[in-house]
Each structure stands twice: as C-alpha cells, then as structure tokens.
Ligand binder design. Sequence first.
Ligand code: BES
Ligand code: MN
Ligand code: ZN
Length: 515
Amino acid sequence: MQWTIAKASLAQVPVDLIVFPVFQRKDGPDLAPLLQAAGGPPPGARKGKGHGHGDHPDLKGIITAAGFKAAAGTTLPVHCSGVKAGWFLLVGMGKPAEVGLQEIRKAAAAAAKKARAMEAQKVALVVPAAETLGFDDAAIARCWCEGAELALSPVGELKTGKDKPTAPRAWALLADGGRAGALRAGLKEAAAMTAGCLFARELVNLPPNLLTPAALAAKARGMARREGLRCKVLGVPELKKLKMGGLLGVGQGSSHPPRLIVLEYRGSRSARAPKFAFVGKGVTFDSGGISLKPGAGMDEMKADMAGAAGVLGAAVTIARLKLPVNLQVVVPTAENMPDGGAIKPADVLTMASGKTVEVLNTDAEGRLILADGLWFAGRGKPDYLLDMATLTGACVVALGKHFAGIMGNSAELMETLKQAGGETFERVWPLPLVDEHKEIMKGTWGDLQNIGGGREGGALTAAAFLSAFVDDKTSWTHLDIAGPAYQAKGDEACPAGGTGFGARLLARAVQILAG
Ligand code: BES
Ligand code: MN
Ligand code: ZN
C-alpha cells in the first residue's frame, strides 16, 4: 500500500472515498465533526453557527435513517456532494472511554476492508482526534495506518483466479490543522512496523514446498540486501565444522538440508550501544519426524518457522527505524521429516556447546535447533538475548491463541516485553522457569533429554531445556508463540494464516530499551 500525507483540504482531496471516524456518545453518534467538515450545519440549524459553504445534503438525516450508531467496527458509506471525493465512509469508533490502541487499529481495519469491498482506488483518512482519546496524535496515526494496512495483507497469492478484489492502491492521511508533523511521524513508524509484520506473514504463509530452509535463507538474504543488513548463510559443511549436532540432527531426515542464517544490523558505532541477539525457530515443516504427528491439522506445521519469520520481521522494522542498537539475528532452519536417515528416539546428539542430548521424541525438534542457535548467538556476548519459537502445543493449551508464553532469567526484559506487547497488541504472559524443571530435563544417556517425563508443564520444561544453552549472566527471554503465530480463520485485524506475531513486539521492545 502506498501512503502519503494529503495536504489538500477535505473538500478538495482528489480521492474516491474519505474515511471518517465517528465516536459514540450517550445520545448517539457524534456527527458534529463530520457535519462541520462536510460544509456546515445541517438544514434547520441556527443561522450563523458553523461556516457552511453552499448546498450540502441532509447528512444527519441519511445517517440516522440508516441506523448508524457508531458502534465499534461498523461502517456506513454516505454520498456527499459537498466534497470532491463524493463519498464518506463513516467508521464507528465506539465509546471514547473504551477505545485503546487496538480499538483504533480495528476501526481502521474495518474501514479498510469496506473500502476494498467498495473497490475504491484512492482513499483519504481523517485521523481520530487526540482530544477525544488518551493518546497523542502520532500514536493514533500509527495505529490508524497499521490497522488498515495489516487488515488487508494478502492471502491466497498462489491462486490463479482474477476475481479477487484488489486493495485501494493510494492511501492518504488528511493533514488537518497543526497535526501534519505528528501524523507524519506516526505514519513513518507505522510503515516500518507493518513492513516487518507483513514480511513475517508472507514467510509463514508460503507453503513448505516453496519455503524450504534454503528458500528461507534466500528470502532472508534478499531482505538483508534491501534493508542494508549483513547476511551470512551457513550450509551443512560449515554446520559440521561448528559441530551443530542439534540442527544437523533435526535436518538429516529431509532432502532439503538445514541452514544457519545470520544477519547483522549495526545501528550504532558506540561501544555503549545495547547489543541484542534474536534467535528464531525456523522449522519449515514439522511432520514430527519418526515420532510422526497425526494427520489432522498437520498442514498448520508449515507455520513452524513463525519464530524465524518474527525475528526477521523485527529486523526489518528495527533497520527502517534506524534504532541506535546493534543486533544479530540467528535463524537455525531445518525441515523435520521421517526418513531412513532421520534421527530416532534413543539417538544421542552432541550439540555445538558440547553438551549431549538424548532424543526421546523427534517431535521435540525445535529445542534441538534452538539450542545450537542460542549457543551461536551467545558467542557474541549480547546484552539481551531473545528467542522466539512455535515451541510447544502445551503453551497453546495453557494460554490459548491470544497470548505468547514468556519465560526467562531477566525481570527487566520480561517486563519490557509485557509493556511492548500491550502497545502492539501482541500480548505475552509470564510462565515460570525453575530449577525443578531443569532437573526433569537431565538425561539418562546424555547430559539432557529432549522431553520431560509426562505432559505436565510442557512449555516450562521446554524453556528449562533451552536455559541449558544460555549463559546465566546474559539477560535472556524465551517466547513460545505456538498459539498466536497462526490462525486458521481471519479476525478483525488479520486475515487467515500467519499473524506476523512478534515482529512488531520485538521491534517495540528494542525501541523501549534503546531509550
Ligand atoms: N511445532 C510443535 C509445537 C506446536 C504445536 C506449534 C502446535 C504450533 C501448534 C513442536 O515442535 C512440537 O511438536 N512440540 C511437541 C513437544 C512434545 C513432543 C514434548 C508438542 O508440543 O506436542
Ligand atoms: Mn515438533
Ligand atoms: Zn516444531
């Protein structure tokens, strides 16, 4: 989508449609701002009030007759000859007291979807007023743009039919009064945030035959080139040199060999600039391996690289915002398949760190590749180490689809992620990381085993396993995004498929920590 700030007046802006937010008051929709913008008070109002210019239709009568109450997420197109665009698209904001940042996004999403259904080509949007909400203009504009753009992210790109409605190509925020600077700042942030999130969604939505580990590496390389990041991709010979038994082990049952993708963003030359490392799980398809998964729903395991997608997306956003930090992104990527050469239960793998792991279940593969990824990232001595992974079904059972589980050794980092997730609406919820669970993961035939005894606390024992590959002195958090990374059906804010969860979250967390 192409976004600009429109300098033309609302009456003159050369678009097909003007999106206009309407708040709900006790006595009905607050139409005063619209009526004023449309060219003066409605017929019958006292003369001398407002500054009408000529004829205008009885907007208020039309809107009332249509039953529009400005309930959150409702829309109403109304024709208006007083503006060049000809059409307003009213969007209900609900009651001001109930409007948070996500409600702003959702209202914009509803408007954007309606504008697409109306086949508008050029759309201008009036940004909701800060006086009515508890947020500043830049934050409101950011969420307004994010909501519209993220709602229309492409789905079904591989369909050959030509009957899909195409999204409006030109979008403009109307720069009224003194707000232009704030709106521009909000738009700029939104563009960076949505670029990262959409990149993540695109990767998750690609089918696993097209997004193999090598293809994911090629996508990362292309992104790095566009965004000005350094990129290195390690293949099997190099992984062997690094003795990455976890990543090599998981990948050895597939005809698409594993890779380690390493990206580098340098946003500061100062030695004092915070150093971040992200590690993302990049299992391009998780069949379970020899511990094969049941067939039902196995297609969703194409999304088992959503952690990788999220950290790569975050890198896009961080680079575009030019945040004054340094960042390394590490993506171990493999396809988990059953095969004559695949790892099997009872195999003992030697990991890059030197620790040995007894594989008791080949479907607990994420932690095996992350162990090598975390060890690799730890070598760079980051101040903050974050990993993100669709790691356990247990986390989905515990927290559902709307929360990621967060575990780690740093209260500061976990608190920052909670704050960031509240703002971006990628919500996280803390789960415990304790010695008792680390104890459970100790192995009989290796230093560790890759599953706990039973099904209890599966998300927690997985995190306990990972902690064995992280230096205690490094601030580290693990995000289990198995629930929110993917949705079979679309919702108000996001179409079906990958949600891009984590891309905006990590970028926002880095922004907060960068000060
Ligand atoms: N990729 C899955 C976890 C997952 C489940 C992600 C559902 C998204 C939705 C992971 O590799 C896995 O299979 N985990 C096992 C671990 C078990 C064998 C200890 C699980 O959760 O069942
Ligand atoms: Mn698995
Ligand atoms: Zn998996």
